[in-house]
Design a protein around this ligand. Structure first.
Ligand SMILES: [Fe+2]
Length: 317
């Protein structure tokens, strides 16, 4: 039975107020054998840019629900990521029952309209919308967008958003690049664990995240540099914004070697317009063996983790 039909069945039972089998759902588990249930692990996965480079106007979902053991679409337990491919002069409607929706313009230009109004966008712009609004996207030139929202968490909880927790917020490419350049010029910037700007929002002064749920960083990986490992309990869904075709990559795995490098790592290649997942708790380092800077945009559920005090971010010094 799908989660939707399960929910409908339970809702119907509740509303009819018929006789309920109060004890039928009871289960007992011996503590030591059940205290740490083994849920399906968050997988490493790659969603190549070829998915959005051509074809008809459409939503291209990254659905890992089978691997996660979930009965509704999801890229991670809390988040759903997709590409939007919108051909010039065509429109695409998107809708999600979410508290936070993030859109990043991989390429192209156009306009998105929702109940909040309209936003004109072009390559490199990013915007976030609260609640599960329907959004109508129209491309003026062939466009691809990266779309991440938290509908899987709301489906798990069996809730729908009721109150917007932040205002629609637009991050223009020019402003983000200017902020990145300012950080790059700071003494010692190239030797930091990451060199980038955390995208913040006036609505989240405590978590300092792009929404109360989502977290995002625009991170420069300088030419011929590596960024040492770190780990956190949030899932990362990284969009490679720009990189040379080969020689830029992330090494990730659950453990470290004695010298602080990632033990027996998986290697995720950075290809412009490609997304890869980083499972929660895995150490990950970034490497650029080319002569050109690279740029990556990870999206995480770290707004929620930070609020819950469970992010547990740790760095190799
Ligand atoms: Fe990270």
């Amino acid at each position: 039975m799908s989660s939707e039909s399960e929910a409908q069945s339970l809702t119907a039972q509740f509303r009819k107020r018929t006789s309920v089998d109060w004890e039928g759902g009871v289960r007992f588990y011996e503590y030591t054998s059940a205290a740490n249930p083994q849920l399906n692990a968050m997988p490493f996965a790659v969603f190549p840019s070829s998915l959005h480079r051509s074809g008809e106007t459409r939503v291209i979902p990254f659905d890992l629900s089978d691997k996660l053991g979930m009965s509704w679409p999801a890229t991670s337990p809390n988040l759903m990521a997709s590409f939007l491919r919108i051909n010039a002069k065509e429109t695409l409607d998107t809708q999600a029952s979410a508290t936070s929706q993030l859109f990043y313009v991989i390429n192209g230009s156009g306009k998105s309209t929702a109940s909040f109004g309209s936003i004109d966008w072009s390559q490199g712009d990013l915007f976030v919308l609260p609640m599960g609004v329907e959004v109508d996207h129209k491309a003026t030139a062939d466009a691809a967008l990266y779309w991440v929202h938290d509908e899987p968490l709301l489906t798990y909880l069996g809730v729908q958003p009721g109150v917007p927790r932040f205002k629609p917020t637009l991050f223009r490419r020019e402003r983000m690049i200017a902020e990145l350049e300012a950080i790059r010029c700071q003494p010692g910037a190239a030797d930091r664990n990451r060199m980038g700007i955390l995208l913040g929002n006036e609505a989240t002064p405590q978590t300092m995240t792009i929404t109360h749920m989502l977290w995002s960083l625009l991170n420069i990986l300088p030419a011929n540099k590596a960024q040492k490992p770190h780990r956190h309990n949030s899932v990362a869904l990284d969009l490679c914004v720009s990189a040379e075709p080969s020689g830029v990559y992330t090494l990730m795995g659950p453990d470290l070697n004695a010298d602080g490098t990632v033990k027996n790592p998986i290697r995720a290649e950075w290809e412009s317009g490609t997304v890869f997942t980083t499972p929660p708790g895995w150490w990950h380092s970034h490497h650029n063996d080319t002569g050109r800077d690279a740029l990556v945009l990870p999206i995480q559920d770290a707004g929620l983790h930070t609020w819950m005090r469970t992010l547990d971010i740790r760095f190799v010094l």
